[in-house]
Every structure is written in structure tokens, then in C-alpha cells.
Design a binder for this molecule. Structure first.
Ligand SMILES: [Zn+2]
Length: 241
């Protein structure tokens, strides 16, 4: 039997949102009927016992737990609909880098120490999830969640890119250190080798430390949104007993 661990932030109108990504999501009122209204709609049309509801949600590509495509940073990079399923579903490891603290740098030494503590090797094609613990600041302290989080240094991003990992995921809003607008980690992972070579980025993960084994299968598949720079995902770990 396998165990599934949900690594996804719940999507609500109140959720923490990077200011660059606009005001979203919005669950548009009036499109989501309640069941009483729905029954009234069908009544008198020969159907007395059917209640069918649906809604409409407007959401930024980078809201909540999401995966970035190379096109986010490179004009010739793949858009999210061009990413193969096998690129975002496969073998994975998680590393505990929670010691680095506010605006801390996750560099090669931190990554090497964390891999050795976990007793694993980062291998070609792995997804690597970085546990910073930053999701603990939600929902109460959005300012710290968005404005003080650690991130990969340029050298840390190079360390992962050189190992040809498939995805780098993190449990804060940005894989780069809060406030670093030059975005060195995004550049290395999504732009440096694009369009041919790249490492996908997953942000706003949750509960990474609840994955009971440091080696598992990670699933982070996007919606095939035509021409999009990213997509919200349902991220989860699959662990074999
Ligand atoms: Zn993003």
C-alpha cells in the first residue's frame, strides 16, 4: 500500500499572495448556486429531485502551490502546456534546510549537509523539495511568510542544476531569498540553459516535513494552460510502506 501526503496550500480568497500576482483568487459570486436555488431551477421542468451546482474561479497562474515554466523567465522557454507529465511526476527527495533562518542563503554546503543528514544522494532526474518550515507562519503572519523567507543562493541553484534535477520545490512563496529582485535562483533554474535545459520550480508547498521518508515519489502536474508561465497544482508525495 502507498500513502499519499498532500503538500498543497488550500486555495481561498484570503490566502497569502505575492503582490506581483494581483488580487486572486476570486470565487465569483452568483456563479455558485446553492442547492436550494438549484432545485428551484429544475423544478417544473419535469425534474423534481435534481440539485446541481457549479462555480467559477479566477486565479493567477502563480497563486498558491504552483509550478513555474521556463517561459516565466526566457522568451523561447517552454510554456506550461509544453511540459511533459514525466517532468513533474517522479522520484524525489526532501532536504531539511530549516536552520538557515530569515532571508537565509541555501547554498551548496547547506544542501550537502542536509542530504548527508537525510542519508540520501541527490540523483539525476530527482525532484528536490526544500523544507524551510516557512509555512508555519501562515495564516497568522503573512508579512514574515512573504517578506522574510530564506531561498537558494546562486551557487545553491547551480548545485541543483548541475545535478540535472527535474524540479526544485520550496515551502515559501519564492525559491529566491525574500527581497532579492535580481532572482539568481530563478535565472539559473529556468533561464541559464533554456530553451533546451532547465529545472522546474514549485513554490508555496506545505507540510514537507510530514513526508515520512526522505525518498519518495513527487507529483506536481500542471493544468495544460495554453501559453501560460505557470499553473496551480495539487502537489503530493507518494510513499510506499
Ligand atoms: Zn511562480
Amino acid at each position: 500500500m502507498s500513502q499519499l501526503i498532500d503538500l498543497t496550500a488550500e486555495i481561498t480568497e484570503e490566502m497569502a499572495n505575492h503582490p506581483n500576482h494581483g488580487r486572486s483568487p476570486l470565487f465569483l459570486s452568483g456563479t455558485r448556486m446553492n442547492h436550494e436555488q438549484a432545485e428551484d431551477t429544475w423544478r417544473g421542468k419535469g425534474v423534481d429531485d435534481l440539485s446541481l451546482v457549479n462555480g467559477f474561479v479566477y486565479i493567477a497562474e502563480h497563486n498558491g502551490t504552483h509550478i513555474d515554466a521556463p517561459f516565466h523567465l526566457h522568451p523561447d522557454g517552454k510554456t506550461i502546456d509544453e511540459i511533459g507529465l514525466e517532468e513533474c511526476h517522479g522520484p524525489a527527495v526532501w532536504l531539511d534546510v530549516s536552520d538557515v533562518g530569515p532571508k537565509g542563503e541555501i547554498g551548496p554546503e547547506v544542501l550537502e549537509d542536509a542530504a548527508s543528514d537525510a542519508g540520501i544522494e541527490v540523483e539525476r532526474g530527482d525532484s528536490v523539495l526544500l523544507y524551510t518550515g516557512w509555512d508555519d507562519y501562515l495564516p497568522d503572519d503573512e508579512a514574515t511568510y512573504l517578506g522574510e523567507h530564506p531561498g537558494l543562493s546562486e551557487a545553491g541553484a547551480e548545485w541543483l542544476y548541475e545535478r540535472d534535477v527535474s524540479v526544485v520545490g520550496i515551502d515559501c512563496g519564492n525559491v529566491d531569498i525574500a527581497g532579492d529582485v535580481s532572482m539568481p535562483a530563478h535565472r539559473v533554474l529556468l533561464r541559464e540553459g533554456a530553451p533546451d535545459s532547465y529545472t522546474l520550480i514549485v513554490e508555496n508547498l506545505r507540510n514537507i516535513d510530514e513526508i515520512p521518508s526522505h525518498r519518495f515519489v513527487f507529483s506536481a502536474t500542471p493544468l495544460p494552460l495554453s501559453g501560460a508561465t505557470a499553473s496551480p497544482i495539487r502537489a503530493f508525495a507518494i510513499v510506499d510502506d
